[in-house]
Design a binder for this molecule. Structure first.
Ligand code: GLG
Length: 795
């Protein structure tokens, strides 16, 4: 009888033998890699053929980051081969999980924004929709984080391996990108034409990565551009060494910050490189007339980083395709749509006009013209100064990319209900009034294929046992788990799996960081980038308070808790780095105190990334989502943790609001100020943290200890932290929300004392999490924005 497993084993062994070396894990990895690539290639060719034959509208998702994580295991899962391969390898005495560990994760993103792009391309392929990702092939992904004396250090990470690369170089599809040069207006056949003389040329080479959808049905493409020297002659090329060096820099490394728009020329080069290369390929390889672009292609720009796609598309349509301004504008504004991910001022994307003018002279002229025409269209209205300020693309020598992105696209979305409301009513109120139908909400989602099927195979199995396998295709069906929320034996199985996943995490940490964690403690997990608004500081201050209480009050002996932290700080973000150091200092003080250690353990997981997240998330009991209300646009870690049966302690911020709505506040621990209150305080500048300190003796004691240096190790200091809390008036309202945060933690302890009830709450969270699958998000984008048609596949 035919058996896939036997076939796999036979082919695997033959290939291993052909390599003629010892049976090492490395060799097994290489062999499995090759085989997987072959399986994928067949399906990839088939999808591309279908796309050529059907000529359906396509989506192109432009993003400066794609944080895809390891691909081998995920591809096997999406191909439906994981179990077969795992069992086959088992029988050959090899462990798939060990083999998977050999893959270096390509860290081509910083955090939520990049990971969202990765979830989206997974969902597009899994829904059988023609949608491809366009990004940059950074040689160095996000830095590797190590702690030295508790301080974060950053080492470059190289993810590209010569032997078995995840992507395929497509030399034949290379395009040239131009920078600098002088503008000249010449007389062409159809009137005046703008030329750029003597530009500097750079070649963009695409590397294609397959994006395997569920059941291997559709394999879409993630195309990443690499900068190389151009073959074109131009004056600057003569100093070849310099030119070569400058060129390589464009895709040499990822900017290690997603919440600060570094106004640097290299960053601008990267952004334009992505936009120009991607648009050129789309236009060069089309099978329709240029006028029909909006009916054949949708371009989604992920935040403002690719907003230069708007003027660049205008440039290509006018200069290369000889369209009039009005025709070009009509096409552009029916093709491009924009997602906003933040209201943080420093991340809004602002450029010095002179920088754009010198690096991209033609693009600058086009932006100027867009701004001029838009301002002209506003002249009939009576707008006050504030409105005109909010509506200008160019102002006082600055170009505001967010305004450009709104004006130049047909749809603009926020990433959670609350965030979209804030955009419409406050941050972009004036723009929303000008374009009333443009703004809409698309609450983020996460792919359950990675965050449940891959990261928590065991829980996935249990769910399937209970409600059958249909939830895998239709994740909303997780709601059927509601019937099991009070089923004793189901709850016991759930608890057993939670313990198992804790064991896996413990083993992983023991191996990597040499720490030993108590498996019976509450796993309280705070994982995300370090930022003031994410308030890791509030968490660690609370731990300090617990420590004080244990030391002070002989009757206070709480159930053991392990507080996990994971996350990186941008290398230039001094405050965040000081918080990291403080957590490490607190960790060593608390962990080495024999009394406190029985109740508290602080573990800082080094180098948090997608792979680490796959260990941490399934093991969590408690999910810390404690941002200052109004600041976190959505959050997506909150969804991953909920889907794995962790209970959220969180503020009414971002998608937390919708999580609470879905699961009910009684199945979460909600605390803190609401967004309106925060914004009111900000507007009135009426919050004074000293009032809190004066009225709460425990907080006062904490502050005193901080100032006295009791939470430093002699070498570091916490001046920045104290400065922010006191002199800078605590901009993220840490002290203001502190007491209600601490009460929410007390509620957690009370609830955890009833294990079965706790498990019931966890299961209710899983049951309510289906709506947070990115399949739902992508389907909504497709229905409301992109209008894609599913292509039936043969697999
Ligand atoms: C942003 C936001 C997050 C959001 C993510 C994806 O800060 O709240 O979940 O994008 O939309 N820069 C980010 O990570």
């Amino acid at each position: 009888m035919f058996s896939y497993k036997e076939e796999f084993k036979k082919s695997f062994v033959t290939r291993m033998e052909r390599k003629g070396m010892e049976k090492t894990a490395e060799l097994a990895y290489e062999t499995l890699w090759e085989m997987t690539q072959e399986w994928i290639q067949k399906r990839w060719n088939r999808t591309n053929q279908l796309y050529r034959d059907n000529n359906e509208k396509k989506l192109y998702y432009f993003s400066i980051e794609f944080l895809i994580g390891r691909v081998l295991g995920q591809n096997l899962i999406n191909l439906n081969f994981y179990d077969t391969v795992k069992e086959g390898l088992d029988e050959l005495g090899l462990q798939l999980s060990e083999i998977e560990e050999l893959e270096t994760e390509p860290g081509l993103g910083n955090g939520g924004l990049g990971r969202l792009a990765a979830c989206f391309v997974d969902s597009l392929a899994s829904l059988g929709l023609p949608g491809h990702g366009y990004g940059l092939r950074y040689k160095g992904g996000l830095f590797t984080q190590h702690f030295v004396n508790g301080y974060q250090t950053e080492q470059p990470t190289q993810w590209i391996q010569q032997e078995h690369n995840v992507d395929i170089r497509r030399e034949e599809l290379a395009v040239d990108i131009s920078y600098y040069g002088e503008i000249q207006v010449v007389m062409g056949l159809d009137g005046l034409k703008v030329n750029v003389e003597n530009p500097e040329w750079v070649k963009a080479i695409p590397y294609d990565m397959p994006v395997v959808g569920a059941n291997g049905g559709t394999v879409n493409t993630l195309r990443l551009w690499q900068a190389e020297v151009s073959d074109r002659p131009f004056p600057g090329r003569e100093d070849y060494a310099v030119y070569e060096h400058e060129t390589a820099k464009i895709t040499d490394r990822l900017y290690p910050d997603d919440s600060l728009e570094a106004g640097k020329i290299l960053r601008l080069k990267q952004q334009y490189f992505l936009c120009s290369a991607s648009l050129q390929t789309i236009l060069n390889n089309r099978s329709f007339s240029i006028e029909a672009l909006p009916e054949n292609a949708a371009i989604q720009i992920n935040d403002t980083h690719p907003a230069l796609a708007i003027p660049e598309l205008m440039r290509l349509l006018i200069d290369d395709h000889a369209l009039s301004w009005d025709q070009a504008w009509d096409i552009t504004t029916r093709t491009i749509s924009y997602t906003n991910h933040t209201i943080l001022e420093e991340a809004m994307g602002k450029w010095d006009s002179r920088l754009i003018q010198s690096l991209l002279p033609r693009i600058y002229l086009i932006i100027e013209e867009i701004d001029r025409r838009f301002k002209k269209s506003l002249q009939q209205q009576e707008l006050d100064e504030e409105a005109l300020h909010k509506l200008s693309i160019i102002e006082n020598g600055t170009i505001k990319m967010a305004v450009l992105a709104v004006v130049g696209s047909y749809k603009v979305n926020g990433v959670a209900k609350l965030h979209t409301e804030i955009l419409k009513k406050r941050e972009m109120k004036e723009l929303n009034e000008q374009f009333p139908n443009k703004f809409h909400n698309k609450t983020n989602g996460i792919t359950h294929r990675r965050w449940l099927l891959k990261a928590n195979h065991e829980l996935s199995g249990l769910i399937t046992e209970a409600i059958g396998p249909r939830w895998i295709k239709e994740p909303e069906r997780l709601s059927e788990l509601h019937y099991f929320a009070q089923n004793h034996s189901f709850l016991q199985d759930f608890q057993a799996i939670k313990s198992l996943k804790k064991e896996h995490l413990i083993h992983h940490l023991q191996r990597n960081q040499n720490v030993v964690v108590d498996p019976d403690s509450i796993f309280d997990i705070h994982i995300k980038r370090f930022h003031g608004y994410k308030r890791q500081l509030m968490n660690i201050l609370h731990i300090q308070m617990l420590y004080d209480r244990i030391k002070r009050d002989p009757t206070y002996r709480p159930y053991p808790r392990t507080f996990f932290f994971g996350g990186k700080a941008a290398p230039s973000y001094h405050f965040a780095k000081q918080v990291i150091k403080m957590i490490n200092t607190v960790a060593s003080k608390v962990n080495s105190d024999p009394l406190a250690r029985k109740h508290l353990h602080v573990v800082f997981v080094e180098n948090y990334n997608v792979t680490q997240a796959e260990y941490l998330i399934p093991a969590a009991d408690v999910s810390e989502q404690i941002s200052t209300a109004s600041k976190e646009a959505s959050g997506t870690g909150n969804m991953k943790l909920m889907m794995n049966g962790a209970l959220t302690i969180g503020t009414f911020d971002g998608a937390n609001v919708e999580i609470f709505e879905e699961v009910g506040q009684e199945n979460a621990f909600v605390f803190g100020m609401r967004a309106e209150q925060v914004m009111q305080y900000e507007k009135e500048k009426s919050y004074n943290p000293k009032e809190i300190i004066d009225s709460d003796s425990e907080i006062a004691q904490l502050m005193e200890e901080l100032i006295k240096g009791e939470w430093t190790d002699g070498k570091n200091n916490v001046d920045f932290i104290v400065g922010q809390l006191m002199e800078d008036s605590d901009p993220y309202f840490v002290l203001k929300d502190f007491r209600s945060y601490s009460k929410a933690h007390e509620q957690i302890l009370k609830a955890y004392a009833h294990p079965e009830k706790w498990a019931e709450m966890c299961v209710k969270n899983i049951a309510a999490s289906g709506i947070f699958s990115s399949d739902r998000t992508i389907q909504q984008y497709s229905n409301d924005v992109w209008h894609l048609t599913k292509i039936p596949s043969i697999y």
